[in-house]
Ligand binder design. Structure first.
Ligand code: 5MM
Length: 340
């Protein structure tokens, strides 16, 4: 298959009405934090056991079109010896892989970060492809403060995201481009709007410079919201209105899909906000979907508690959350569906 055909096929399988992406690509330190909430140790076996539960959830493919994996998971197996990426592929879900190597402070841009991992990326992607990955993910992180992000920070991060995306497409891997504006802080929703617009404009300029084909990427942005500790919080309709206005200003119509991250919203908030966005989207040129990590997995961890006998309950929790977000893809979710 030509590179172009590979990209086309993967996008077509990822962008499906009523479905979104599960982010299960936590690095070891993040997984340790998540497991600490249920007091279990993060080691190779506990991560394998947990991720096997996630990925073998019966009928997960009804609402999930792709799953982002961490490198280690590509080689891990279910209890009965099946490779986890193969479990996904056999159940109609596309395996993906996180390829960034985390962030470091950006020199001369105090308070801004920059993501590492471009060196040797082509070779790594070729290896991941052999292991079954067909799309990739790279996250740049932007904190909001009175001085951040700086223009230097936004330009440098955009350049790195675009270089990553161009490398992915050159080997037939669809890139998820994730510029995450963090929710931390007491900033207003309007300030978040301004920052998110500036960040995304820089990203799309860089994608253009690097000749990335927008038809074959997935944008994974944060929603436009007030900071977590802002005095004045916003309801889903306000968040939807600001998010859609900002996206219309910054995101070209050639983009097939926007899969939001949840960024520390509760599972219910993330679903209600996605629902409001879709209910208000009208004739938006892109599909509006989810690529949630915490907002899909929090209920699963709570149900599991590290106990094998809770596996079924954990899978039910994942299926239920994915189903509710599937409804939110159509703007058909309502809070009373939480108890069905
Ligand atoms: C699942 O977490 C991903 C990996 O994060 P680290 O590299 O920090 O371990 C993360 O990139 C995630 O995919 C996105 O932030 C979206 O997840 P949330 O939980 O914000 O929906």
């Amino acid at each position: 298959m030509s590179i172009q055909n590979e990209l086309q096929t993967t996008i077509a399988e990822l962008v499906v009405k009523g479905k979104g992406i599960l982010a299960a690509d936590e690095s070891h330190p993040t997984m340790a934090k998540r497991f600490a909430t249920i007091k279990i140790d993060s080691n190779e076996e506990s991560r394998r056991a947990y991720r096997s539960i996630l990925l073998t959830t019966p009928n997960l493919g009804d609402f999930i079109s792709g799953v982002i994996l961490f490198e280690e998971t590509l080689e891990q197996k279910t209890d009965d010896g099946k490779l986890l990426p193969a479990v996904l592929a056999d159940n109609g879900m596309v395996p993906g892989i996180k390829v960034d190597k985390g962030t470091l402070p950006l020199a001369n841009a105090s308070g801004d970060l920059i993501t590492q991992g471009l060196d040797g990326l082509t070779e790594r992607l070729e290896g991941y492809k052999v292991q079954g990955a067909r799309f990739a993910k790279w996250r740049e992180v932007y904190s909001i403060s009175p001085n951040n992000p700086t223009q230097l920070g936004m330009d440098a991060n955009a350049e790195v995201l675009a270089r990553y995306a161009a490398i992915c497409q050159s080997v037939g891997i669809v890139p998820i481009v994730e510029p995450e504006v963090l929710l931390d802080g007491d900033h207003t929703i309007d300030y978040c709007f301004e920052v998110t617009e500036a960040v995304q404009r820089a990203v799309f300029h860089a994608l253009y410079r690097h000749r990335v084909e927008l038809e074959y990427i997935v944008l994974k942005p944060s929603m436009v919201m007030p900071g977590k500790t802002a005095q004045c919080q916003a309801n889903p309709e306000e968040i939807a209105e600001k998010t859609l206005t900002q996206l219309r200003r910054s995101v070209p119509a050639a983009m097939p899909v926007i899969n939001f991250l949840s960024g520390g919203q509760t599972p219910k908030e993330a679903t209600a906000n996605l629902n409001a966005i879709n209910a208000m989207a009208g004739n938006a040129p892109w599909e509006l979907s989810f690529s949630y990590g915490r907002a899909l997995q929090q209920p699963v961890l709570q149900a599991w508690q590290g106990e094998p006998e809770n596996s079924k309950a954990a899978q039910n929790a994942l299926y239920q959350r994915a189903k509710l977000n599937g409804a939110a893809r159509y703007g058909n979710y309502s809070a009373n569906m939480e108890n069905e």
